[in-house]
Design a protein around this ligand. Structure first.
Ligand SMILES: Cc1cc2nc3c(=O)[nH]c(=O)nc-3n(C[C@H](O)[C@H](O)[C@H](O)COP(=O)(O)OP(=O)(O)OC[C@H]3O[C@@H](n4cnc5c(N)ncnc54)[C@H](O)[C@@H]3O)c2cc1C
Length: 430
């Protein structure tokens, strides 16, 4: 059986590995000149470093098991992060429950309510009643309007831009639950994981296995069109030629599938209704650390990014040769900022750093690289369960496994592995 996988992110590579092991001849098509998708890497000093910041949680069992199977679980290290929130021009520590109790911008009553909301999230087993409630209404009901407006409204806005008010309660519930579970038994200590050499270590191990089984990874090979031929086989059209397969697994955004493949009208409409946010991520190599925090959530609308992640405050300096900081912002593809020049965006982000750290000087920047992801975060609207397409498409031999098919969990590396496994199982008829 010849199977094409479109997209070399963790979903495509996991499925590719499973199918290759089961005897399929696998060919992976990747539009970029590098593999790994959002988990791809760049070089910083003598190390590989994730192009977009990543960490995993102790509950990410699918990724951890796959790493064990590939004998790379020894590269996962666990760290205790220090987190903060920047709000009203002040930086507040926000790592432990004690930090929440001391968090002055909201009343003590609101702090207790917020703590209870996060704790209770872990106890909710059946999330279905949250599907038809917005995150906004759910937070206001359980934590109060002040907490929503000061903490969560700017956050939802920065993550979902114009869709912030329509995001499902399931999404925020799951975020609370995840942060709770990353504390394990000791509620006072959160643990986050990172792989030596970044998560490209996992992607490379999967590529190694696919190659061992005789599979091929085609880089710089954008699938421009996919089409079922008269002989019943699937054709993938690229600039390098036309390739023929029995089966295709498409792992990119559903709307891209609708662009490049003729689909039944209803199904095409369905796929086009699934929307994504894009991401701007400025990666800075600095000669001086910004602070002692790993993760700073920026809840202030006059700052153009929502997160400041000082990666080296989590994993140490390794051989990066600098302090590594990511500044991140999610926004609509049509947003002017997403379409501005690299220089303009970099300039705006650097001005934002100075608002958080007034002593910051541009001369600390050794290198700045801006990365854009067109499809970074599916927009999880009300009743998303009903919107989510299955892995089988209406066309025989064509399968879809995209970030938009991860729910109620939010998209993430672990869930890409899980989805890749599920896609392979579906194709194998399990
Ligand atoms: C800023 C940011 C931070 C994140 N942080 C975390 C985190 O801390 N922890 C975590 O677990 N997850 C995190 N994630 C999520 C995680 O990166 C993703 O869930 C995961 O990498 C998605 O993998 P994927 O294979 O589904 O998709 P992708 O990685 O997007 O792979 C899809 C691939 O398809 C390719 N492609 C698209 N169209 C075509 C075409 N026509 N032909 C050929 N190839 C094509 C793309 O180039 C891409 O390589 C983060 C994501 C972002 C954007």
């Amino acid at each position: 059986m010849r199977t094409a996988i479109i997209g070399s992110g963790l979903t495509g590579l996991t499925a590719g590995y499973r199918l290759a092991r089961a005897g399929h001849h696998i060919e992976v098509f990747e539009q970029n000149e590098f593999a790994g998708g959002l988990a791809s890497a760049i070089r910083a000093g003598n190390e590989n470093l994730d192009r977009f910041y990543h960490h995993i949680f102790v509950s990410d069992s699918d990724l951890i098991s796959l790493s064990e199977e590939l004998n790379i679980d020894g590269t996962i290290n666990w760290y205790e992060p220090k987190n903060a929130i920047f709000l009203g021009n002040c930086l507040y520590p926000f790592t432990t429950p004690v930090d929440l109790i001391r968090f002055k911008p909201i009343s003590i009553f609101s702090r207790i309510r917020m703590g209870m909301t996060v704790l209770n999230a872990k106890l909710i087993r059946d999330y279905r009643h949250l599907e038809s409630v917005t995150a906004r209404d759910w937070i206001i009901k359980h934590s109060g309007k002040d907490t929503y407006e000061k903490i969560f409204a700017p956050l939802l806005c920065s993550k979902f831009d114009t869709d912030a008010d329509d995001i499902s309660g399931t999404w925020i519930w799951n975020k609370f639950k995840l942060r709770g579970s990353s504390r394990g038994k000791n509620f006072f200590k959160e643990k986050l994981g990172y792989m030596d050499g970044g998560f490209i270590t996992l992607a490379n191990a999967l590529i190694g296995k696919i190659s061992e089984y005789g599979g091929v990874i085609r880089l710089n090979a954008r699938a421009e069109r996919i089409e079922k031929a008269a002989n019943g086989k699937w054709h993938v059209f690229t600039q390098k030629g036309i390739f023929e397969y029995d089966t295709i697994l498409f792992t990119c955004a559903p709307q891209v599938l609708a662009e490049i493949c003729r689909l039944p009208e209803d199904y095409e409409r369905h796929l086009n209704a699934l929307r994504y946010k894009s991401n701007l991520c400025l990666l800075l190599e600095l000669s001086k650390s910004l602070s002692s925090y790993y993760w700073i959530t920026v809840s202030q609308k006059d700052i153009p990014f929502v997160l400041m992640i000082e990666h080296t405050n989590l994993v140490g300096m390794k051989e990066y040769g600098s302090h590594i900081v990511y500044l991140s912002r999610y926004l609509d593809l049509e947003n002017q900022l997403f379409n501005a020049s690299d220089n303009e965006i970099t300039g705006k982000f650097i001005s934002g750093i100075k608002k958080v750290f007034p002593d910051f000087k541009e001369e600390y920047i050794l290198r700045a690289r801006l990365h854009r992801a067109r499809f970074a975060q599916p927009v999880i609207t009300l009743n998303y369960n009903n919107l989510m397409p299955g892995i089988k498409t209406p066309l025989e031999g064509l399968y879809l496994a995209s970030m938009a098919q991860i729910h109620p969990e939010d998209r993430g590396l672990n869930y890409s592995v899980q989805l890749g496994e599920a896609a392979a199982k579906t194709i194998l008829g399990g």
